[in-house]
Design a protein around this ligand. Sequence first.
Ligand code: AMP
Length: 336
Amino acid sequence: MIVGVIGGGQLGRMLALAGIPLGLSFRFLDPSPDAPAGEVGELLVGDYDDPELLDRLADGADVVTYEFENVPVEAARRVGAIPDARALEAAQDRLVEKQLFRRLGIPTARIDDEVETFPAILKTRRLGYDGKGQRLVETRPGSDPGHVLEERVPFQRELSLLAVRGRDGDTRFWPLVENVHEEGILFSSDLASMREEEYGLQGLAEQYATRLLDELGYIGVLALELFQVGDAALVANEFAPRVHNTGHWTIEGSATSQFENHLRAIVGLPLGSTDSPSYCWMVNLIGRVPPVEQILSIPGAHLHLYGKEPRPGRKLGHVTILGPPWDGEGQMLALL
Ligand code: AMP
């Protein structure tokens, strides 16, 4: 079976690394001839909205998916991508996304006229990622249809829930993870399932995600980013209709990784178990990679390099540490 993927970044590369053992082969479309996925599949180089290349991507492919959410909706429609372009449409516009959450009874930050407390965050509605396209403002700006004003949520922690839904509606969830961001970029994800059980947040997060999956008739992996407010409340920040950086720990940390289950879902295979251990920590390698020997000398450490040229702020790889022992996190932090 051939899987076409719009985008050839590290997510595409990790999809192929999970799918090749299942007998799948991969074809990617990416504007960069050096795209990380080029090492693990056929790479078509060009724009995401080039009709001829999109047709080549889909030609003979059993299914086409995408690995980032700024794919033009028309491109996703043209190739009949899964997840459905409807999910992309909602995820690409922060206002539409928040309105969808609210319609489904999923709490969000106060926005626009509802904002009472400043400083607040002014975000571009479209094309914002990794903290780009947003800034703090001290006063209410003039009305601007290209932006959404958001009140700051006084969160205890940032969490995310990874979910997967198969073609037959079978739905699985991985345990909530706690995420730490630095300058808007994900720094680390920490599997926090034991604490979540105490708070009952896992069940609440699953309820919210289920509403979203049902509403969108969703197939594949979806990531829901949440703020934990107090001990028992969750506020949705955004969702990503794709495999997600906060789910990279599942490669070693779960019985079935997010990449494998996304592929199983979109090609119509049975989903795999999402059973996971209680300790698992993932850290991104941003801008520079510490010496490989030192990383791999940490017990329980697994290294993933994406084959990208180092550049400040660029995600070059990640390290996942499983325990026991439980002290790998400190050793890894000392290398960064
Ligand atoms: P985003 O691009 O929406 O994912 O935002 C990037 C990061 O900015 C989030 O992971 C949070 O750390 C922070 N952030 C975004 N929106 C809010 C908010 N309404 N209140 C507090 N922090 C926020």
